[in-house]
Design a protein around this ligand. Sequence first.
Ligand code: CMC
Length: 423
Amino acid sequence: MAETITIIDDRTGKQVTVPITGGVFPSSALRQLDPKLRVYDPAFLSTAACKSSITYLDGDAGILRYRGYPIEQLAEKSTFLEVAYLLLNGELPTDAQLEKWSYDVIHHTMIHENMRKRFVDGFHYDAHPMGMFTSAIAALGTFYPDAKDIHTKESLDKQTLRLIAKSPTIAAMCYRFSMGLPFVSPNNSLDYSANFLNMMFRIGDDHRVNPVLAKAMDLLFILHADHEQNCGTTAMRVVASSNADPYSAAAAASSALYGPLHGGANEAVVHMLSEIGSIDNVPTFIADVKAGKGRLMGFGHRVYKNYDPRAKIIKKAAYDVFEVTGKNPLLDIALKLEEAALKDDYFVQRKLYPNVDFYSGLIYQALGFPVEMFTVLFAIPRMTGWLAHYAELLRDDDQKISRPMQWYTGVDARDYVPLNKRK
Ligand code: CMC
């Protein structure tokens, strides 16, 4: 059967038939019918705004793949830096490529002294780390005159390397500032995730990062590295489409991630579990959600209408972490909540399942992170995904500056009324 779609404009009788490729037809079909015709699609529910070969997501089947590799296999067998290489380059690195990439990342983790002394020190003592992180990413670009040279591959690769290497340093710096602790310099003998934990938590010379916790951190970084056209990545692409430098675009993406419906949800989950307080209060909480008094945070997803595969992996990893740190007391409430929601008609009918944020906060808390740092922990690995999309967009000949159309619903033309004649 022909994979085409025929659209008829009943106002004129004009019709157009265009191919459907991979479930997608071009909007140029509508322009052929009438250049002024618009599709009203708030929040892009049916709009593919780009072609992408980075991440594949099937929300109904609960499938997530980076460059074709199932997330479950990457979570079990890979490392964050290897996954970062894969996302950016399209293929897993060879031994030599991985060695060079890891060396380069580790040797770009330092931050200019002025970033800390002049920039971060200028924040109010109780500034939210995510607000600090977002601003610091934008500010970082001002330290590099070549930041705006985005059309030379060599320069763009350099900015990409800097942003991925320095994000953990900036994140740890924001945390240490908010705690009034001295800044810990990057340690080149540690891997990406262990180095981050060291910069975060080092107190005293005998501090050693627990390898089980570093592995859990690395796993969480892998799971958060990309998620195709989510709100933050879309912000990244829209800003990139104006050819703004990657630091400015990443700051925009980071701002989008900050919101409680996006990367801020893991923080909201822990607040929610703490407020519920005990498994006895779970039924009342569920009843309140069903009555429209708030949402069950960490549940539901625009794309997943099935269990988020990342949530499954995180739930399993939580137990490894709790063996080292002791069980997070909120875990029992989370488990009870999940059990109650998954058999409740309200959640079943709406296909609301745990998403990545439902259990990640519990691990972060067990690792010693304050809730304010949770979204920052999401932003560090997502930086890689954002940058992979940034580069993909620049290479895509179909792309132009992003400029959606609107459906104007305001008043029609009218004459200006002088101040003394207004009622
Ligand atoms: N709790 C209770 N009801 C919900 C929830 C929830 N978490 N999520 C959706 N619903 C209901 C919603 O009220 C609506 O019901 P009705 O049809 O009766 O009006 C229906 O389900 C569809 O919801 P929607 O708001 O149209 O769905 P959406 O695709 O626009 O929203 C979402 C997706 C993730 C914003 C939403 O599910 C939500 O707010 N979840 C809680 C926040 C959260 O956990 N966010 C993290 C998302 S995963 C990480 C990330 O992407 O950053």
